[in-house]
Design a protein around this ligand. Structure first.
Ligand code: GTP
Length: 326
């Protein structure tokens, strides 16, 4: 294995639906205009990466059906070796964790003695969904695991993008900052963003020196379960072979999903306007985009915390399968 200069590496972290992919795409576009060849490591909960088509033609590795935080750290190490091979050289590497990954675990893999000569972590960029922030932090409307996960993500970051500012009420801003400041270290910069819009110079700034990465010592880390046999409470459920659905009806169904469903995405065939669409459901909002490739197969992925899986399947069947036969 020939090792050239270290590959500058960025970690994108943030809870489900906070805007990681949105920022990743912006960074990619920027690298291209600068003539840099980027590599991407994507890690998805659920067995298919419904956003794969966004990265066509890129040097991309997907780690599906897992979560870097607790099952596939070893796999990540193996995958990283890919970028150290002569024929797979890239100028810069972006690693996007699942919405429930702990960036510390990604850092740990990057600082593995066998790898750290190959990669130089520049920054851990964390996205926080401003519109959900208070709800997720509240002991009344959220669970301990969600709060712990978010706190871990926020405490091991070098830059925070407080995203989805277009969806918050001005009066909540102070409350959000108060809570956020308690979670992040004083020197960590916070930028308010809408669709992750922030100056690329700020995004790309080197904010981390390898020496200062201390693992396993912070207070929050002690809570982190390293028991790889535990049942992960965050789960992804996939429903395949979905028949054509009515857009309005489908959106209504998504918006009425129980609070335990934190995120949904996938590909659906719409009956009207007809065609294959990619959809995103996050922060109670639905976005749909017609797919260029109309040949993909349909699927619906629901990601959540302690989701009532059977009820969700029944509800989907009732709403979309039975009406078809009626
Ligand atoms: N209103 C609003 N929507 C946003 C903003 N940023 C991203 N979104 C939308 O939120 C949804 C989720 O964004 P993604 O970038 O896919 O989020 P992610 O963090 O990669 O999500 P996961 O796949 O769950 O990890 C998409 O529909 C985005 O278009 C924002 O600032 N405001």
């Amino acid at each position: 294995m020939t090792i050239h200069k270290k590959i500058p590496t960025y970690i994108l972290s943030g809870f489900l639906g906070s805007g990681k992919t949105t920022v990743l795409l912006k960074m990619l576009a920027d690298f291209k205009t600068r003539g840099l060849k980027p590599g991407i490591v994507l890690n998805e909960l659920g067995q298919v990466n419904v956003e794969g088509h966004l990265f066509k033609g890129e040097k991309m590795l997907e780690m599906l059906d897992g979560c870097i935080c607790c099952t596939i750290q070893d796999d990540l190490r193996e995958e990283l070796k890919f970028f150290l091979q002569e024929e797979n050289q890239v100028d810069v590497l972006l690693i996007e964790g699942t919405g429930v990954a702990n960036p510390k675990e990604i850092l740990e893999a990057l600082t593995d003695p066998r790898l750290h000569n190959g990669f130089e972590t520049q920054s851990v960029i964390s996205l926080a969904d401003a519109s959900k922030f208070l709800e997720y932090q509240s002991i009344f409307s959220s669970s301990r695991e969600i709060r712990e996960m978010l706190n871990e993500q926020m405490s091991s970051t070098t830059l925070i993008l407080l995203n989805k500012m277009d969806l918050i009420q001005e009066k909540n801003k102070d409350k959000i900052y108060k809570k956020l400041r308690k979670l992040v270290k004083g020197e960590v910069k916070i930028f308010e963003t809408v669709y992750g819009n922030v100056s690329l110079d700020e995004l790309l700034k080197k904010r981390m020196s390898t020496v200062s990465v201390t693992l396993g010592e912070s207070e929050t880390n002690t809570h982190h379960h390293h028991d790889h046999h535990h049942e992960h409470p965050f789960k992804a459920v996939k429903i395949e072979n979905i028949p054509a659905v009515e857009r309005i009806r489908f959106e209504k169904w998504l918006k009425k999903l129980p609070e335990s469903v934190l995120r949904a995405k996938g590909m659906v065939q719409l009956a009207s306007p007809s065609g294959l669409y990619q959809f995103q459901f996050a922060s109670k909002e639905v976005e749909m985009e017609r797919m260029e490739d109309q040949e993909c197969s349909t699927c619906l992925i629901l990601i959540g915390y302690n989701m009532p899986v059977d009820d969700l399947q029944t509800s989907f069947q009732k709403e979309f399968l039975q009406t078809l036969q009626a």
